[in-house]
Design a protein around this ligand. Sequence first.
Ligand SMILES: Cc1cc2nc3c(=O)[nH]c(=O)nc-3n(C[C@H](O)[C@H](O)[C@H](O)COP(=O)(O)O)c2cc1C
Length: 313
Amino acid sequence: MKLGSLEVDSPYFLAPMAGYTDKPFRYICKRYKAGLTVSELVSVNAIYYKNSKTDELTQKSDIEKPFLIQLFGSDPDIFLYAAQAVEDRCDCIDINAGCPVTKVVKAFAGSYLLKDKKRLFAIIDKLKKHIKKPVSIKLRKGFDGESINDTAFYKELQERGIDFIVIHPRLRSQFFKGEIDYGHIAAVKEVLKIDVVVNGGIDSAETLEKVKNITGDGFFMIGQAAIEKPYIFEDLLNGKDIKRDLVFIKNLIREHFLLTVEYYGEKTAVKNFRKFFHRYIKGVNNAKIFKNMMNECRDSECVIKLIDNLANT
Ligand SMILES: Cc1cc2nc3c(=O)[nH]c(=O)nc-3n(C[C@H](O)[C@H](O)[C@H](O)COP(=O)(O)O)c2cc1C
């Protein structure tokens, strides 16, 4: 099936999440049939000033196709510079117009762009004029109650050549909590010709059905639920939630950890992997004890032993 001009195998996508959607984790989600993957948000200024970390953030694995690189920033010229610098590494450039974090908003980027639409349009125009790859945008339904995106705004995105739009229908002021207004997306889908991807609160095949009842069929993006169960993409495709046993979970944790070691090296991997380990073992017997033990681990051997012992609870 086609998302804009991109060929996707599945309509269920992995959302970008800073600190989580690195190359090893995206690989795991892709193996469980995520239809599309996105880098975490990457600062255009960091690319412009040649910060070495941006190379790590924009690398993809061979199985990631299509792969989007998401950029955030405020200056249209620097935005274009960054997009051109990474264009060859991805299939589409995604503009972040949803990040609610104060530091980002204060730098006139992320969800701030929903308040400064002139600046947002200037960024889009630069990219659409000079970038060969498709350009998408991920946004919220507005910055605050005073600035909810209206139909004219969405039509203008379409007219300026945006290839598809991902909507997380909360306000910036809600951060990640509170009501998710799927009706907002249903209304946008009514008036646009380009594809609209639904994001927010989808954590199971059961929830997906409820969301589809409001938004209709189409494309969906999953964030936090994938951290706990990266196999959710397979469940969504099959239309049913399958409880995996501990042997499956242990194999999954081990595979993910080893990929993390391969990518970052042992010391960084052990540290970076804690947050994933904590999520994976939610609901496992003595989870709290295992979490504390994981925090004490300093090398791979310790982590692997811990994963093996999960069966012995
Ligand atoms: C830890 C974390 C980091 C996130 N980082 C990004 C990001 O880099 N770019 C972005 O567009 N959204 C980011 N988001 C928002 C998610 O992509 C998504 O829009 C939001 O979590 C709602 O979807 P969900 O309910 O499926 O998690 C982040 C969310 C979380 C929880």
